[in-house]
Design a protein around this ligand. Structure first.
Ligand code: FAD
Length: 523
């Protein structure tokens, strides 16, 4: 008899993990062994445009988790399953083979994953052998907790935040997880039959998702795996001073950060409110790969900010004026988009949230799309962003907005193609946040930018990268261009340096976009 914790791609940690804690508590109370299972499902990865980088990051984290669990005498088994349609049956077979009576897992809110889990429950009910427990874990506040007066999910961020914040402060502790994970040893000794499971390996690759050698090295340097690495990133973010040098290093951990004298004011998070939109310095936490994969939980991040908060009574100082407050609000954006996905599932089915924009006419220019992907649009800030994501698997939020808006409004290319490319390239690809970000930029989503408010990429560039260091670093053709020219090089200079001329004129493109959004269907 055994208890099984089924780990998913979004909960790659052993601390502060609800399903795992509950499974462990149950196993200990009943004196039965706890086993951990992870299923690699390449068909799902293809269907959901999962990047090879995210798969590689998953495997690297699993290797750490397997080791940590083994120290607690908990075996972890990683299996691969080819046909996603039959995955629930495979799960049942594995559970039967282990004589499992209890299955615990954290909920994944994507439609396909929910359907899969419902099928698992149905099969378990039919057989009557296994009891399934699926729990909320991804968000700080559970989806559905905050609703509008009309009992609907929020589709606008500000009222969502106003309703969300009191749950951090007034309500029963939303950050409470469950008892700590306990060692399996007595139970495993009595059930020696499971001992062989310790010998299984975490595969190094998933077929079809192998990384090129150079790329693998960059990913390992930029994004080291494991909970210890994530904790260190969080510690540096909250407790160390930003480096004074300008943007450059592709390695967030080798940023030469130093201990600040005044923890709150001088720390990196302390400067977040003022500096967060600057892309030419290390102004944000870069924790998104760890949050997306659940290597650190959003609850852990909030708890860590509480220890810094000046006002202990309110637990989280979420006023807009402080760095910590603003950072907590960004974590709330993550919750917001996940709540939207859970409560309005159509957003994950390729549909615009605002249905009237389903008929906007898009250009189908493969060359322009490819130029955008490659970072050859002739707009330096767009090209720097795209080259950054191609190289690092990550981009600063402001540049994600600029590059997304440029694809949709300047090139008039369907936002879903950009959404797909980001998912295929990012190491932090997350359906809820990526879809939210793309539909915001395309003016089709929840609480979007109005369609007529179109970013001027050159003005944005001057604000986000006033030194030009970001562009010079990622666009080597412009590495010797200083002053205003780096944001919009004159044609003669661009030609001389081998840098492309702009694909479109921004003002004309802007008029075209406004026309097409105003009258969806018109070309
Ligand atoms: P910080 O500024 O340090 O913020 C802390 C955390 O808050 C982030 O790690 C993230 O988990 C969350 N967060 C911050 N801003 C947002 C936001 N606007 N929406 C949702 N969560 C947010 N984020 C992803 O995690 N995965 C994606 O696939 C993704 N795709 C995006 C696509 C577009 C077009 C846009 C505009 C935004 C996208 N974002 C995505 C949101 C945001 O850009 C990243 O979360 C952020 O840049 C990550 O950097 P950071 O960890 O340094 O963020």
């Amino acid at each position: 008899e055994a208890v099984v914790y089924w780990m998913r791609m979004e909960d790659l940690r052993i601390h502060d993990n609800r399903a795992l804690s509950l499974a462990s508590a149950y196993a200990n109370a009943e004196g039965v062994p706890l086993l951990a299972l992870f299923v690699l499902s390449p068909q799902d990865y293809i269907a959901h445009d999962r990047s090879a980088r995210r798969i590689d990051f998953t495997l690297r984290n699993l290797a750490h988790i397997k080791e940590s669990l083994a120290k607690l005498q908990i075996p972890m088994v990683v299996i691969s399953h080819c046909h996603r349609g039959t995955l629930p049956e495979r799960i049942m077979t594995v559970l039967d083979g282990w004589n499992a009576k209890q299955l615990f897992a954290n909920i994944e809110y994507e439609v396909d994953e929910l359907r899969r889990d419902v099928r698992v429950c149905e099969l378990a009910c039919q057989r009557g052998t296994v009891k399934c427990t699926f729990v909320h874990d991804k968000c700080i506040i559970v989806p559905g907790t905050v609703k509008t007066k009309e009992d609907r999910g929020y589709s606008v961020y500000s009222p969502f935040l106003r309703a969300w914040l009191p749950h951090l402060t007034d309500q029963p502790d939303p950050l409470a997880c469950a008892p700590d994970l306990q060692s399996n040893s007595p139970a495993i000794r009595q059930h020696g039959v499971y001992g062989h499971l310790f010998d299984t390996d975490v595969p190094e690759h998933v077929e079809g998702f192998e990384l090129a050698k150079d790329d693998a090295e960059i990913m390992r340097t930029c994004w080291p795996a494991g909970e210890v690495a994530a904790e260190e990133m969080l510690r540096r973010w909250l407790h160390t001073k930003a480096r004074s040098s300008q943007f450059g290093a592709a390695d967030p951990l080798s940023d030469g950060a130093t201990e600040p004298k005044n923890q709150l004011k001088d720390s990196r998070v302390g400067k977040y409110n003022d500096a967060r939109d600057r892309v030419d310095a290390d102004t944000t936490s870069r924790l998104s790969p760890y949050l997306a994969a659940g290597v650190v939980s959003a609850r852990q991040c909030i708890r860590a900010t509480m220890n810094l908060s000046v006002n202990k009574n309110t637990r989280v100082d979420a006023s807009r004026e402080t760095g910590i407050g603003r950072w907590v609000q960004e974590l709330a954006w993550r919750d917001f988009y996940t709540h939207v996905l859970a409560l309005f599932p159509r957003v994950s089915m390729g549909r615009p949230f605002i249905e009237k924009f389903a008929n906007v006419s898009w250009e189908t220019n493969e060359d322009d799309l490819q130029a955008w992907k490659d970072g050859r649009t002739g707009v330096p800030i767009v090209d720097a962003g795209m080259r950054q994501v191609n190289k690092m698997g990550w981009m600063h939020n402001r540049v994600r907005m600029i590059t997304a808006m440029y694809l949709v409004k300047d090139l008039m290319i369907d936002w879903r193609l950009g959404e797909k490319y980001f998912m295929e390239t990012l190491i932090d690809g997350d359906l809820a946040s990526n879809n939210g970000g793309w539909q915001w930029s395309a003016s089709t989503g929840v609480d979007p930018v109005p369609y007529f408010r179109i970013f001027n990429p050159y003005t944005q560039s001057k604000k986000a990268d006033p030194t030009g260091d970001y562009i010079r670093y990622f666009v080597p053709e412009l590495s010797k261009v200083f002053g205003e020219d780096v944001h919009n090089p004159p044609a003669k200079l661009a030609q001389k340096l081998g840098y492309p001329l702009p694909l479109v004129q921004h003002q004309e493109a802007r008029q075209r976009a406004i026309r097409r959004y105003k009258n969806p269907g018109d070309v």
